[in-house]
Design a protein around this ligand. Structure first.
Ligand SMILES: NC(=O)C1=CN([C@@H]2O[C@H](COP(=O)(O)OP(=O)(O)OC[C@H]3O[C@@H](n4cnc5c(N)ncnc54)[C@H](OP(=O)(O)O)[C@@H]3O)[C@@H](O)[C@H]2O)C=CC1
Ligand SMILES: O=C([O-])CC(=O)C(=O)O
Length: 442
């Protein structure tokens, strides 16, 4: 690796900075946005040749906030996040918890563009929880990812201690305690669902391997990229060192959508709606459960006495809400998805309110409902707030609910057969039901 030619008088800052850079792989980016050009990053990525430093002394001094240490030993950081703060020096930071590492894939995408700023604000993990963001992009998105990191710099979030960007999951997922896996190829025209399962499945197999190798052994993994249930299954099968229970597929957006529709029909504000389960796949076979759901503490069916509406209009509206939104917006839900990721994480890190529960796509191992084992299926969960969850036992079933659950279960079992080559379970065989669709498809 060539050593940089230092052309700036800011030699000591730049030299230390680049010494730190030289210690790590060429695929992690540590730009100081005030000093280095995009061209620098492009060339550094492709050739690993270190840059000519073009910033001036003034630029360096002006860009430095209050700090007590030179940035020399802190590797794998972005811009202002390379500077080291003395957390103990300021009164308010003395009670702060230990930093947690949060990895996010698809970090330059639309959902992340909402989510990252919520994470950094303290809204998710609390006002005393400093965080490090480790952002995974690709060659295609690295410029945009730098833009994201620059916006994070400019937001001056006190709790945001580190930001790293990179394109190698084995580097970005290092020591991750949370992994929010959002990046996935969207299903475009002419792409069969089986092909999408394969294309995205490969991404999640690779990321599962990377998590297994370098993440914290108790990392919690939230899979958002579609088809999220089967992607989560692939991911966990490729990460045997991480408990399968730690993997979630995001169905909280569906739960939120169901709550909204029930509130609207009952004429109550949506804070009155509780105990809503989404069963099964994050697809148009998902089952929003109105049998166990409550409005103002009463069973939904006693408040909304219209089974036809519940079984058809309500159910289909929730199943196809994603598609309806795409027709209006021209793109899939991003802000509300980010909100639902926040809700899903908060449900795991705060105790579930007494008597209530939340939905998450989790691994079916010893489930009390008789659902097929060894798939990722959305079910009702409760948490003590320790990051873990238990399945809710006191659930009623009737013939309608059972038959709908059987349909979404059959779809997930078919998806599983279709990705057997990615889960280490033999030769894939794709017999997906013809009508199987993501919520965003119409
Ligand atoms: N579970 C749920 O409730 C919901 C899930 N979703 C899903 O979340 C995912 C992300 O959505 P959103 O952020 O809006 O999407 P965007 O298109 O804005 O971003 C997706 C990111 O995926 C990455 N990606 C990975 N592989 C590919 C590929 N082969 N081709 C193109 N892009 C790729 C890209 O990042 P990079 O280049 O850095 O890899 C891109 O930035 C989608 O799969 C979507 O279907 C959306 C809404 C709800
Ligand atoms: O299909 C999509 O990409 C969008 C999606 O999951 C949803 O809106 O629920």
């Amino acid at each position: 690796m060539a050593v940089a030619e230092l052309t700036s008088p800011a030699a000591s800052f730049a030299h230390n900075y680049n010494n730190a850079n030289r210690l790590r792989s060429s695929q992690l980016y540590a730009p100081s946005s005030s000093c280095l050009s995009s061209d620098h990053f492009r060339s550094r990525y492709r050739s690993t040749v270190l840059p000519r430093i073009t910033c001036s002394v003034n630029q360096v001094q002006n860009s430095a906030p209050v700090q007590v240490e030179a940035p020399k030993d802190k590797a794998e950081c972005y811009g202002v996040f390379c500077l080291t703060y003395d957390l103990k020096a300021e009164e308010e930071t003395k009670t702060w918890k230990k930093l947690i590492n949060i990895a996010v894939s698809g970090a330059a995408g639309m959902i992340s563009n909402h989510l990252l700023f919520k994470l950094a604000s303290g809204e998710v993990f609390g006002p005393d929880q400093p965080i490090a963001l480790r952002l995974l992009g690709s060659e295609r998105s690295i410029q945009a990812l730098e833009g994201v990191a620059m916006e994070l710099e400019d937001s001056l979030f006190p709790l945001l201690r580190e930001v790293n960007i990179g394109i190698d999951a084995y580097e970005v997922f290092q020591d991750a305690e949370w992994a929010l896996l959002i990046g996935a190829k969207p299903r475009g025209p002419g792409i069969e669902r089986a092909d999408l399962l394969d294309i995205n499945g490969q991404i999640f197999a690779e990321q599962g391997k990377a998590l297994n190798a370098v993440a914290s052994p108790n990392v919690k993994v939230m899979v958002v990229g579609n088809p999220c249930n089967t992607n989560a299954l692939i991911c966990l099968k490729n990460a045997p060192k991480i408990p399968a229970k730690n993997f979630h597929a995001l169905t909280r957006l569906d739960e939120n959508r169901a709550k909204c529709q029930l509130a609207l029909k009952a004429g109550v504000f949506y804070d009155k709606v509780s105990n809503v389960t989404i069963w099964g796949n994050h697809s148009t076979t998902q089952v929003p459960d109105f049998l166990n759901a409550k409005i103002d503490g009463m069973p939904v069916k006693e408040v909304i006495k219209d089974d036809k509406w519940l079984e058809h209009e309500f159910t289909e509206k929730v199943q196809k809400r994603g598609g309806a939104l795409i027709q209006k917006w021209g793109r899939s839900s991003a802000a509300s998805t980010a909100v639902s990721i926040v809700d899903a994480i908060k449900s795991l890190v705060t105790p579930t309110p007494e008597g209530d529960w939340f939905s998450s796509g989790v691994y079916t191992s010893g489930n009390p409902y008789g659902i097929a084992e060894d798939i990722v299926f959305s079910m009702p969960c409760r948490s003590k707030g320790d990051g873990d969850y238990e399945l809710v036992k006191e659930i009623q079933f009737d013939d309608y609910l059972r038959s709908r659950i059987a349909k979404t279960e059959a779809e997930l079992l078919a998806e599983k057969r279709c990705v057997a080559h990615l889960t280490g379970e033999g030769i894939a065989y794709c017999d997906l039901p013809e009508d199987t669709m993501l919520p965003g498809e119409m």
